[in-house]
Structure formats: C-alpha cells, structure tokens
Design a protein around this ligand. Structure first.
Ligand SMILES: [Zn+2]
Length: 202
C-alpha cells in the first residue's frame, strides 16, 4: 500500500501514511516498536498496518515476551541441539514437538513454553548426567524424569562403548577436561534413535 492510494476497506477515501511508535505491554514491562507505519483512511477512519511493520512488530513482540519470561534465545536453542549432535528432525522427535515448531524456536518465530524451556535446559546438562551415571553418583531428583524420557533411549546404542571409552580416557586423563570433551563428542546413531523413539513414544 502507498500513501494516497484508495482505501481497500471502504473504497471511497484515500489513505494517509502515518509513522508513529507503538508500545506493547507485557507483565508490567513495556517495549516500543519504532517506525510503526499505518495507512489511515480519511473517510472510514480505518487504519491498516503496513505489511513490513506487521512482520517486524510480531518478531519484536515475541523477542520482548521471551526476554521478560527469561526464556532461552533462538541461537541458544540451536547451540544446545548442535552440541548434542542432532538434526532438527531428530531433536523435534525427542522433544515430542512438530519439526516445524522446533524450527520456529530456532528461527525465533515462536517462543517456547516454560516447560519446553526447562526441558531444553535440562538436556543441555546431559553430558554431566552421563558422567554422573558412569561414576555411580546420585542423580538430582529433577533430572530423573529427563533420563527416563531421553537418556534411556540411548542406552542400547553405544552406551557400553562410551563407558569403556570413558574408563580408558579417565585413567589416562584423570577426569580432566579431555574426558568431558570425549563425552561431548558422543554422536548417537540417528536412525536407531528415531525408530527407537517411535516405538517408545508412538
Ligand atoms: Zn476507508
């Protein structure tokens, strides 16, 4: 739409371009979108928001809500997935969300729920869970459910190999950073996990 073009609602008046600021409020905080462009009809008085402004405002609003709610940022979500060695498709199956939904978490078009955020943060702790399991340490209560949900699906894969590798490395390195590095390098076999998850998750 352009300044002075015919109003698409009443088709009687011409629209006038107005550039202003728009403030969104959420949980007692405010965020202002600059350069908020609308086209106001001088006859029916309807305001039509510019397409580019709509797109930009939606993104800013999601970012604002995410910030207020202290949720993981899109790039942080991607980092967690990549660190665990999964594709978006594999990871979305583990999280039990549609592939499209997960892709939207990573590109910032949708903000994840609080419970999804907590799950992602927990998954990020998996290397430590693995270490704890191997060392026979007590697992924190809040992470037990997560192990049930995700880690057990890895169990039959290369877990024994990893354990042997770990013991070999731990003797060599006395549990230094090298060992953590090894565990970060752990790449589950995707096909196995997918079919395994499907049989468990349904
Ligand atoms: Zn009009």
């Amino acid at each position: 739409m352009l300044d002075n073009s015919l109003c698409s609602i009443c088709e009687l008046g011409n629209v006038k371009e107005i550039v202003k600021e728009k403030t969104f409020k959420y949980k007692g905080q405010e965020h202002t979108v600059e350069n908020y462009k609308v086209f106001k009809c001088e006859v029916c008085k309807e305001s039509i928001v510019d397409k580019e402004t709509v797109k930009r405002s939606i993104k800013e609003k999601i970012d604002f809500h995410r910030e207020v709610d202290v949720l993981l940022k899109p790039n942080e979500i991607k980092e967690i997935r990549v660190k665990q060695g999964f594709t978006q498709e594999e990871f979305s199956k583990i999280l039990k969300v549609a592939k499209k939904t997960f892709a939207r978490y990573e590109n910032g078009r949708v903000a994840q729920s609080r419970s999804m955020d907590e799950l992602l943060r927990s998954i990020n702790k998996i290397p430590n869970i693995l270490l704890a399991l191997i060392r026979g340490e007590d697992i924190p209560q809040e992470l037990l459910g997560l192990i049930e949900r995700i880690f057990i699906t890895f169990k039959e894969i290369d877990f024994l190999d990893i354990e042997q590798e770990f013991l070999k490395e731990s003797k060599k390195n006395d549990l230094d950073d090298g060992v953590y590095g090894k565990i970060y390098d752990f790449k589950p076999k995707p096909n196995y996990i997918i079919s395994d998850l499907e049989s468990r998750v349904g």
